[in-house]
Design a protein around this ligand. Structure first.
Ligand SMILES: [Zn+2]
Length: 473
């Protein structure tokens, strides 16, 4: 096939190595990694000298709130922010949209709403809630990429799954060998602590963290591991905040259980002292942790305990944060971050802490692709992979400021951070979607990736590992 685009002169990093190469692209796919000494013969040559060339990031945990709460974000601004951050595929969560994505009808509604808006590729989580175990089959057939459950009340229309619901849901999800993503915090313990704190008149920022201490997460992780182990259901623990939780997951894994785990930049870069200074903008669940926990999590990012980085991009209008000034319980709990995920990991992980580039790529792209059956179409730069590429200037310094952010509401706890590592250009399936600080893709150019339960699901592409099933709409 004739090469349409060549990304030349850069240092390519994948999860297995870092080497100079020209990335040759045709028909939206990578067709070869070529000796950089060869003069590229292509319609378009992208100059990547002094640049890193990485597989596009896959963010498995974003809330874009489409449909029903698009005044909070929406897929258009959400996916534009993703593109600007080097995220070429998002897997979007079933809550904070209204209706929540808990049956086939809601899934179809969401697809219709999102299709004309996305500028990056996307897949959708379905939800496992109190009363929808019978609806999971419909979600599976509609192409849900995984299922999400909360062990703790969400304070939204997305209901918590108690142990009985988890038990039944896991049995079904295990039949399809799909993944259950779990928000692991103990409802009983957290509710009791909160009631006591509120009863004592506490409304300060620290009360939020005191109502959800590390044990609240640890207890729920262990229970989720037990239930999933007994059901033989693949488990993915979302937004891990405590290294003790990571250790439990590592033990279960070494005993043969299929469990994966993600953490978020805010659990690595902010701590409970920062939460004090920042106030409601840094309110999240689980809460930010003491410094020792943060250091422990970094070790697990390095040693492979943690599989992937997710933003848990969870935006809201400014007033939803402002109402927490003086009453932390009243603030929305969620932190934005899809646009800053990769730049922060480049700056604070690779540059400051020496995170190897191979590990960065595994954390931000390859491992998520593997967990969700997208590899090697996504998550790599081998011949046949979608040409989802991020070109990064690893030496450019910049300051995170509101005017750089493309979120509908330009809030971030990282305001004013001076960081090193700049997303220069981003390609989705061979087309440039972001360059020179601007999104250049048109809404609707992002494609839906349906999970393997969809009626038209195809066999893995050549060379795909088992589980590499994937379907494009
Ligand atoms: Zn979330």
């Amino acid at each position: 096939m004739k090469t349409e685009t060549a990304i030349a002169g850069g240092l390519v990093a994948t999860h297995t190595g870092v080497f100079p190469a020209t990335v040759a692209i045709a028909g939206g796919r990578v067709v070869g990694l070529v000796d950089p000494a060869e003069r590229p013969d292509a319609g378009e040559v992208i100059d990547a000298r002094n640049r890193l060339v990485l597989p596009g990031c896959i963010d498995p945990h974003v809330h874009f709130n489409e449909p029903g709460r698009t005044h909070w974000e929406g897929f258009e601004t959400g996916s534009m922010s993703a593109a600007a951050g080097g995220v070429t595929t998002v897997i979007e969560m079933p809550l904070n949209a209204n209706p929540p994505t808990i049956d086939a009808g809601a899934f179809a509604l969401k697809v219709d709403a999102v299709r004309p808006r996305a500028v990056v590729d996307y897949a959708l989580w379905g939800g496992l809630v109190t009363d929808n175990v019978e609806a999971l089959e419909g979600l599976h057939r509609a192409g849900a990429m995984g299922y999400k459950a909360f062990m703790i009340d969400t304070g939204t229309e997305f209901a918590r799954a108690d142990d009985g619901v988890l038990w039944d849901g896991m049995a079904r999800i295990a039949r399809w060998d799909a993944v259950l993503g779990v928000h692991a915090e103990s409802n009983d313990i957290a509710l009791r602590l909160r009631a006591r704190l509120e009863g004592a008149g506490r409304r300060d920022v620290r009360a939020w963290a005191e109502s959800r201490p590390p044990e609240v997460e640890l207890e729920a992780i262990q229970r989720a591991l037990f239930l999933a182990g007994a059901s033989r259901c693949r488990l993915h623990i979302v937004h891990l905040s405590t290294p003790n939780g990571g250790s439990c997951i590592a033990s279960a894994r070494s005993a043969g259980q299929r469990v994966t785990v993600e953490t978020c930049p805010h659990y690595l870069l902010l701590d409970e002292e920062a939460a004090q200074t920042l106030g409601p903008v840094a309110k999240c669940a689980p809460p930010l942790r003491p410094r020792a926990a943060v250091d422990g999590l970094w070790r697990q990012v390095f040693d492979g305990t943690i599989d992937c980085m997710a933003s848990d991009h969870s935006p809201c209008p400014p007033e939803e944060k402002a109402r927490g000034d003086g009453d932390i319980w009243a603030a929305w709990g969620g932190i934005t971050g899809v646009q800053t995920l990769l730049p922060l990991m480049l700056s604070e992980g690779v540059r400051r802490r020496g995170l190897p580039l191979e590990r960065l790529v595994a954390l931000t792209s390859t491992n998520a692709a593997r967990i969700f059956g997208l590899y090697p179409r996504k998550g790599g730069l081998m011949p046949g992979s979608d040409a989802d590429v991020v070109i990064v200037d690893p030496n450019r310094e910049w300051t995170i400021s509101a005017d750089r952010l493309l979120y509908r509401h330009r809030q971030t706890p990282y305001l004013g951070w001076r960081i090193t590592g700049w997303v220069d250009r981003v390609l989705v399936r061979g087309r440039t979607v972001f360059a020179d600080g601007e999104v250049v893709a048109s809404p609707g150019s992002g494609r839906l990736i349906r999970g393997p339960g969809h009626a038209d699901a195809t066999a893995p592409s050549t060379g795909a590992p088992s589980g590499g099933r994937r379907k494009e709409a």
